[in-house]
Design a protein. Structure first.
Length: 343
């Protein structure tokens, strides 16, 4: 419980970027998963407010920004700038389309701008997934995972799937909601299904897809009658945590392993007080517990929280840094759309 006298610390912060101001040189840019965005904004606002009171900010204003959406493009120019002075002292990347992009990594990996350090993930349930950056450029603080949410009444006697492969069976035709935005399947799902089942697998998934939705909407309508639900949903686990009708739904952790994406920290060698303060927060136990409470998984193993229900898998650093994700994306999307648009 937050003491009444401290409530003002946790107000929703205001950012000049959201008021039409130009980009700033940032101590911290935080691109994170949807349920964490508001929580991170509030917690960092409280952290920096206290730092100003105690002097932990060393008298320097901390310039920071946590966008409301992963797709926010306000600082997209950072991915292509050749000027290191444009770059934030510390960045958090919650997806594969930002700082982990192959062209960004190639531009900076052989320069002295960013800190490089080998990492060994301590938490047993995240070991063996290959989440650690082999170049040591990115530090993994946690991972989000994608799971299957079954609406038991809508299955109407059909079996609850156990594996990702089960979702390709014709028995689920036009009865699966797939996570994505603006009519496009999530890249995490698209690339993992492609690696596991090829282009034919993507077409089969498209054929079984009823619609492409955001995870929050899937969780809201699962387990209740009405036109907006489906027998199965593929969504981030953090949205499955918000299901309104758990009595008529079941979360399935696929036997092959939940598809995952790591949350990555990128840190400049020449840091700032604000960046150092934020790095300690992102890697500390309080935020780690918050990740687990919200349905993600911290890499820390000293929190006393239960292990994940099963193993995680992800597409891997070789693919992410090969440049193929941009060049081949249209081919994969076309295979999925072929099934989605089939009569």
């Amino acid at each position: 419980m937050i003491p009444a006298e401290d409530m003002h610390f946790y107000d929703e912060p205001e950012f000049p970027e959201e008021e039409g101001a130009p980009p700033r040189r940032l101590d911290f840019l935080g691109i994170t998963f949807p349920p964490m965005q508001r929580e991170m904004r509030r917690r960092l606002h409280a952290l920096y407010t206290r730092a100003r009171v105690t002097g932990a900010d060393q008298g320097q204003d901390i310039a920071w920004y946590v966008p409301r959406t992963v797709q926010d493009s306000f600082y997209a120019f950072l991915l292509t700038t050749p000027d290191p002075l444009d770059l934030p002292a510390l960045a958090l990347d919650g997806g594969l389309g930002h700082f982990a992009r192959a062209d960004f990594v190639r531009r900076w990996i052989d320069t002295p701008v960013f800190e490089r350090k080998a990492q060994t993930i301590a938490r047993p349930c995240l070991q063996g997934a290959g989440l650690e950056d082999p170049h040591g450029l990115f530090e993994v603080t946690g991972a989000g995972s994608w799971v299957i949410l079954a609406d038991l009444p809508r299955l109407n006697g059909r079996p609850v799937p156990r594996t990702w492969e089960d979702l390709l069976h014709p028995r689920y035709q036009r009865d699966i909601l797939v996570n994505g935005t603006r009519g496009m399947i999530s890249p995490v799902l698209m690339w993992n299904f492609y690696q596991d089942f090829g282009l034919d697998g993507l077409t089969a998934l498209g054929r079984n897809t009823a619609d492409i939705r955001g995870g929050a909407q899937m969780a809201r309508y699962a387990g209740r009658p009405g036109p907006l639900g489906a027998a199965l949903s593929i969504l981030p686990r953090f949205w499955a945590f918000t299901v309104i009708h758990p009595e008529t739904t079941r979360v399935v952790w696929p036997a092959e392993g939940a598809y995952a994406t790591p949350q990555l920290v990128l840190r400049q060698r020449e840091t700032t007080p604000g960046a150092a303060l934020t790095h300690a927060f992102l890697t500390g136990p309080d935020w780690a517990r918050g990740l687990d409470a919200l349905g993600c998984a911290s890499v820390r193993d000293d929190l006393g929280v239960p292990p994940l229900p099963g193993r995680v898998r992800w597409v891997g650093w070789d693919l992410v840094q090969s440049g193929r994700m941009g060049g081949e994306r249209a081919t994969l999307e076309a295979a999925f759309q072929q099934g989605l648009n089939a009569s």
